[in-house]
Design a protein around this ligand. Structure first.
Ligand SMILES: [Fe+2]
Length: 339
């Protein structure tokens, strides 16, 4: 069977099975249960061989985030990668429409989620990891790279997380570099890919890598590297590591910001080597690092920086409630005046 991919790349897509089954009693029961229909995958990347996962891709438009459900076709065991919790900054409301769509999809497809994977502590959207865990079962671990503890230490004082116990019962699994784990019959490997953030990891599953923000699609290039603990030197090395993978491997990105095309979620290593606008074959470290630093120097902070970090360094848990049961986000202020 060919690897079935998106039509913008000249290949065909499958018809989502839940569309075909939309009049069945099963789908109706899902709708009644969650009152949210299964999220419509942007594409289904059907496994072509025994060593490669089936990948369902979901684009969250408000934050331009790719969410992934990756499935072992032999067992229907699945992982969810970088799920999004909806947050409206102007009203302060947090909702679960996006995550509920994923849950309904998981239920409809009869998938068994084994892990929830985070690529890093995102600074531009809130993770739905904790909500998914709550809904799917408390035994399902929320996993991230081991250097999340470094990020927690950096940001805890900024947000008044003074008691270390604030991080108890948040993440369940702290991956070591190159740690391997099984997804059904598939082998997965954790790749430490620092630069964008120090904790950043990618997940190599079969011939696919879920890169988070360690590389973007070729015409978008690379992510900023100016967050605490991030740096352009590490990002260069991480991107080079991805470019050194076999040319046919697919790199699934964490975001997409297309200028003059539809959003897309992957490219091959070969395409990245040839066309990445910031770092392709032959781009030397000095050139990339100088450009990345100059670019980052003029970027503003992400709009959801503070809410994101307060939630994401706690694996998707909201800030602790105060004595009255209220929940607030804190915004550290730097002021030119002391009034
Ligand atoms: Fe990020």
């Amino acid at each position: 069977m060919p690897y079935v991919l998106d039509p913008t790349r000249g290949l065909s897509t499958t018809t989502p099975s839940h569309t075909a089954a939309s009049t069945s009693g099963q789908t109706s029961s899902i709708l009644l249960k969650r009152n949210v229909p299964p999220a419509e995958p942007w594409r289904r990347h059907i496994s072509p061989d025994a060593a490669t996962p089936t990948v369902f891709t979901f684009f969250e438009k408000a934050t331009s985030t790719w969410q992934y459900i990756v499935v072992d076709p032999h067992t229907s065991d699945a992982v969810v990668i970088d799920p999004v919790l909806d947050y409206d900054a102007s009203s302060g409301s947090i909702t679960t429409q996006t995550a509920d769509g994923l849950l309904s999809f998981i239920e409809h497809e009869r998938l068994t989620v084994r892990r929830i994977l985070e690529t890093h502590a995102h600074a531009d959207h809130l993770t739905a990891a904790q909500y998914l865990k709550q809904q799917l079962g408390q035994h399902i671990p929320v996993c991230i790279g081991q250097r999340i503890t470094q990020v927690q230490k950096t940001f805890a004082p900024k947000y008044g997380f003074d008691d270390p116990s604030v991080f108890d019962n948040t993440f369940d699994c702290f991956f070591k570099d190159d740690e391997e784990f099984k997804l059904g019959q598939l082998c997965c490997r954790v790749m430490h890919l620092p630069g964008h953030t120090p904790d950043h990891v990618g997940y190599l599953i079969g011939k696919a890598v879920f890169t988070g923000d360690s590389i973007f699609n070729p015409d978008v290039g690379s992510a900023r590297a100016d967050f605490p603990g991030g740096n352009a030197e590490d990002l260069y090395a991480s991107m080079q590591r991805l470019l050194s993978l076999p040319t046919a491997y697919r790199l699934f990105v964490g975001h997409d910001y297309p200028q003059d095309r539809d959003q897309t979620c992957w490219s091959t290593v070969e395409e990245q080597r040839e066309r990445n606008k910031h770092l392709k074959l032959g781009t030397d470290a000095e050139t990339f690092i100088k450009w990345r630093k100059e670019r980052d120097a003029v970027l503003g902070a992400p709009k959801l920086l503070h809410p994101s970090l307060q939630v994401n360094i706690r694996a998707g848990k909201l800030p602790p409630k105060d004595a009255q049961g209220r929940v607030f986000f804190k915004i550290p202020i730097t002021s030119e005046v002391d009034v």
